[in-house]
Design a protein around this ligand. Structure first.
Ligand SMILES: NC(=O)c1ccc[n+]([C@@H]2O[C@H](COP(=O)([O-])OP(=O)(O)OC[C@H]3O[C@@H](n4cnc5c(N)ncnc54)[C@H](OP(=O)(O)O)[C@@H]3O)[C@@H](O)[C@H]2O)c1
Length: 332
């Protein structure tokens, strides 16, 4: 049945500038796919800000509806794996990049992108985590899988007030780690301590990449910044330290001497939440619903409506994000 709905639509003008409007679309406008989902909540991630401003590395075809995250209820399914009424989560793959995303009230996607929402998470909690939480869970999981335990010493989280960073701080604190949160926001110390950071440092102190090695300090690192910050973190790891890298808010590259790797056995692990297998993401979501579940994930959340998305995305591009932004997709 053809259904009208509201969506954020990014349009490209002839002079190659991009504009954002809320428009009425219909389910006939959506791409082919096995599962039609009525979206209850979406959430904002850095990649949505890039898509909404026409970054060609994220979205190339316009008009386009961004939103790499969605939780909602199956309205129609051609897949035996999903039935009408199932509560499901869809994140990443091509959602919100080339495929109309969760900032529309309906999405239609391949069944291979869909997972059933763990019962232990409410719909809004699922989006409080979203791709940021999934990524944080993959990063913390990689630290644990590689032998970083709470007794080994401090773990550094960069971009700590952002989506990935704030969820990572919360999960690590819940698991008993001594978390050092690096931030550019001097006013966020109380917030970061309230979510479990033992120490809050100015991110500018991590920009020194001048030496081949620094004093051993971090047992593990969760980095979303790259550039000199990542270089400094790698060179400041303890023997057998583990650095997980998922982001590029500071730079798209970094340099390092070889010494952290060959003298200290430091391991650098790249994290991808977009194309990782369904088995990997199921494990991460089950962790988010179980062992990693933060007592009050909602304290990270600002809930907004579709009409407020543009302002939040622009703040995100300016590095002003604070915690997680969940978009309530119900009619206002
Ligand atoms: N690999 C993956 O699968 C994956 C998945 C999700 C996200 N990501 C990437 O991870 C990064 C973070 O995503 P997010 O959704 O958490 O973004 P976000 O909510 O916008 O948070 C990014 C945080 O980084 C810090 N920051 C911003 N600009 C910076 C700069 N120039 N230098 C140093 N720090 C800066 C800020 O925190 P402070 O003010 O506290 O420093 C900001 O709040 C992005 O690059 C995103 O593309 C990758």
């Amino acid at each position: 049945m053809r259904q009208e709905f509201k969506a954020l639509v990014i349009e490209k003008s002839e002079d190659k500038t991009f504009s954002r409007h809320i428009k009425t679309r219909t389910t006939d406008d959506l791409p082919a796919g096995e599962v039609l989902v009525k979206v209850a909540y979406s959430s904002l991630n850095y990649k949505d800000a890039l898509s909404a401003t026409g970054n060609p590395g994220v979205s190339r075809n316009f008009p386009h509806t961004p939103g790499i995250d969605a939780v909602g209820v199956v309205e129609a399914s051609d897949s035996a794996a999903f039935s009408v009424g199932d509560e499901v989560i869809v994140t990443s793959y091509d959602l919100g990049m080339g495929t109309a995303g969760g900032l529309g009230q309906y999405i239609r996607v391949p069944a291979a992108w869909v997972l059933k929402k763990p019962a232990e998470l409410s719909a809004i909690e699922a989006m409080a985590y979203g791709t940021a939480g999934l990524t944080a869970a993959l990063m913390v999981g990689a630290l644990l899988d590689n032998g970083v335990t709470a007794d080994k010493g401090p773990v550094l989280v960069t971009g700590a007030t952002g989506g990935v960073g704030s969820v990572a701080v919360s999960i690590l604190a819940k698991l008993g780690f001594q978390v050092t949160a690096a931030t550019g926001k001097a006013t966020s110390t109380d917030f970061l301590k309230s979510i479990g950071a033992a120490e809050v440092i100015d991110r500018a102190t991590l920009l020194d990449a001048s030496k081949p090695l620094f004093k051993e300090h971090w047992a593990g690192v969760v980095d979303v910044v790259a550039g000199d910050t990542l270089s400094n973190a790698i060179k400041s790891c303890q023997y057998n330290g583990v650095v997980t890298a998922s982001g590029l808010v500071g730079a798209v590259d970094f340099t390092t001497s070889i010494f952290p790797f060959i003298l200290r056995g430091v391991r650098l692990i790249g994290i991808d939440s977009v194309e990782c297998s369904m088995a990997v993401r199921m494990k991460a979501w089950n962790n988010l619903a179980g062992a990693f579940k933060v007592d009050d994930i909602m304290q990270l959340v600002t809930e907004i409506r579709l009409e407020q998305v543009e302002e939040s995305l622009m703040n995100m591009l300016e590095g002003k994000s604070h915690g997680r932004i969940v978009v309530n997709m119900a009619d206002s």
